[in-house]
Ligand binder design. Sequence first.
Ligand SMILES: [Zn+2]
Length: 577
Amino acid sequence: MKLLWVVLLAFAGYAWAADLTTIAERSQWKKTGRYDEVIRLCHDFEKAYPKKVKCQKFGETPEGRPMLALIASEDGKLTPLANHRADRPIVFAQGGIHAGEIDGKDAGFWLLRNWLTGKTSNDLLKAVTWVFVPVFNIDGHERFGKWNRPNQVGPEEMGWRTTGQNLNLNRDYVKADAPEMVAMLTFLNRWDPMVHVDLHVTDGAKFQPDVAVMVQPLQSGPETLRAFGKAFSQEIMERIRAKGGMPLPYYPSFIRDDEPSSGIGQLPALPRLSHGYWGNRNRFGVLVETHSWKDYATRVQRTYDALTSILTIAAKQGPEWLKAMKTLDRQAGELAGQKIDLAFENTKTSQTIDFPGYQYTRETSKVSGAPQTKYDDTKKETWQIPHFAEIQPKISVTLPKAGYYVPAAIATATRTKLDTHGIEYQVVPKALKAAEVESFRATEATVAEVAFEGRVGLTVKGQWAAEKHDIPAGSLFVPIAQPRAVLIAYLLEPNSPDSLLSWGQYHAFFEQKESMEAYVAEAVAEEMLKDPEVRKAFDHELENAEFAKSPAKRLDFFYRRHPSYDDRFNLYPVYRK
Ligand SMILES: [Zn+2]
């Protein structure tokens, strides 16, 4: 009996080790597994290597699936606290944020097993801890089918781009509407990774490069990190090239879709995207995009190469990077009252680059009637195309000297977002009467014509000006002097393209809720016109033909000057101090 147990246990041990391969590997990279494989591997890796790997559940999807992370470290430091205490650099990598682009899941498991079994350098995780989420968009991953990625070569079946709630997680980093995003950011606030890697597959044209790796900060952001970012990007390129890859440091999409000769632009990503988000939190955000027209085996190999390169460089540079990042966190208060840039555009300056493409023709299609590009990927050709990498600010703001007041009326909903981002605030304990603050009155407020990611956007024009407002008890004060100062500006500056206002969170404040009946306004107007100043202003407006022919605009002229007019209409409900 005893012998039987020994045999069974030995067999079980062998089975765990043997089973640490994926369906992808066993099918020679023709297929990818379902999520049950991720659940099994997560537990089996921990069982087989309990001192070096931990499997952790950090949330649950709306369809009830466990969100899982594997934490791997040579020295057994497998909790955030143990790592932070030792000042140990942490690299985070996720696969399947777009679940059809699943290379990251299979590359990550492959790398983890090779490291544990000594098939790759044992030193890989000696000086760095790796936190790996095989699939971020799990419900999307289980919407499994053959045609989910029509512009991609393999695997045979794969998941779907968006979540069960049809949200694109890689537009959700700032507004954080998806429960998966809330779980992920809460989890990562504890880990605070030095480098965040997001593993994708690109769409688009046919060309020779097989992977693009974009690092942020690189073109914008704090100077120290930009310098490190440039060196980081260059070394990733060199290491992938040394493995036989053909990497690009920018996203290979053309300025005019489907037209290679139009060239390629390069801009810092907004924080709604993963690499833009982490880049604006004083950490490195890295976007890895394998090229969709390469077969699955090649793509997984390049993802593997990108991951090993990033982990190797991070281990080497970690102490220096961490020091710089923590200094920036500490000095964030110095940004108060300073101008920062929130969005960029390319200048007209470009450089002609040699881009390894294929021969192609542009002919009018008999199907669509439009010019179409046809590639011949058996014939290599070097395209000389413009690369626009120079940037200039498109939206800039001057940060407040102290911070933002979020009044009590909107505190609950806003607070949820601040908590998700790990942003600190104080609750105002006692009402402040006629506090001297800055407020933003929109002179124009335009609602978007179509919904985007479940939200209907809003764009406002206007500016901050000194005013007095009551701040009720229970309002929030969000100080600028904290590590995520830039992210706070992205959330709360009304003109930020990723602000809660721009994402449509505060629509109600830009809707007119009270009005004056026309016959009342007529009588009020007659009375008000007795004032020569009003008369003069009205006569001046009448010179404008559009105004003169609009009865509504003419009456509104008087309503706006009347004490009954709503002084909170078009007033952004967040103040600055
Ligand atoms: Zn993607």
